[in-house]
Design a protein around this ligand. Sequence first.
Ligand code: SAH
Length: 348
Amino acid sequence: MKTLLKKLYNTNSLDRDEMLYLLDHMDEDTQELLYFYADAAKVENYGKAVYLRGLIEFSNYCKNTCMYCGIRGENAAIRRYRLTNAQIMECCAVGDRLGLKTFVLQSGEDDFYTDDILVDIIRQIKECFPYCAVTLSIGERSYMSYKRFFEAGADRFLLRHETASGELYKKLHPGMSFENRQRCLSDLKEIGYQVGAGFIVGLPGQDNKTLVEDLLYLKGLQPHMVGIGPLVIHPQTPLRKYKGGGLEKTLICLALTRLLLPEVLLPSTTALSVTDEEGMQKALKAGANVIMPNITHDFAREMYELYKGKSGMTVDIEKIAEEVEKAGCHIDMSRGDHRSWKRKACVI
Ligand code: SAH
């Protein structure tokens, strides 16, 4: 196990069998060594800096029906909302006052927001806060739409691949296509975004073999960011009877991702903090270096329940800073771009 970890740290790669062996035989000592190497790889690339992203959940309407997600289109029991451009700008102003330099615009897949509307809001944000990065997390669109958003000034795009197992993907995402999701990710990379992929840990039907596929998929895609979080059960979804969790497995996957992609920007996800009070600290010690405080209007936050307990998470930067320091890190208020990313010049 030690030799495998050392090889992973030195070469940033392992083959399928080696990776599976590691996951199948992970014990406490190995975990400790894994986190040690992951932390070393992070420090070599970003020091002890932790970057902040202001999350704005601007609509909880969604045309999709992902089996695990609380805002799935078929959940008739939640109230739906959409923020206007002016309301989104208010959230950005709150974030700006806090010193945040990235705004993440996240929503369900909501066609109410046409390309024109989104281009407009991206332009407005860039005009008011030219020193800030804009990240989109709005799901699948066409190459041309993604290109227009990029040309309007969007810098980054988060689109988790959710699972690299085609079979599992199909079961959990009725009516959606695994191929199209992966097409979106490669389009986004080609256009020039900093791209974030990632997956959920603890999905029913998932095992170490499928997790190895997830990790190898990431290695092949070479995304700039990776979001990995445990499944948190939402009572109004078809997965209501399943158990969530997977904290430890999530930490292991975070650390492995840091070693496979040493320059990656790796958030300690909200789902992790919901699962364990000390989730954030644990993730920061296992290779994570990004936190995404929620700066959405309070009234909307309660309605954007992807899973139970999500809306109560803290926005208190001081409190976040305390947690970050407890993990031996410090908050860095710069934009926190990926080390090897330069914005392509583009015609607007
Ligand atoms: N519609 C956008 C944003 C989705 S919400 C898109 O398609 O990308 C952001 C992420 O939350 C999802 O990608 C999913 O991985 C995660 N998520 C949703 N429901 C969850 C749950 N019950 N437990 C854990 N993570 C969940």
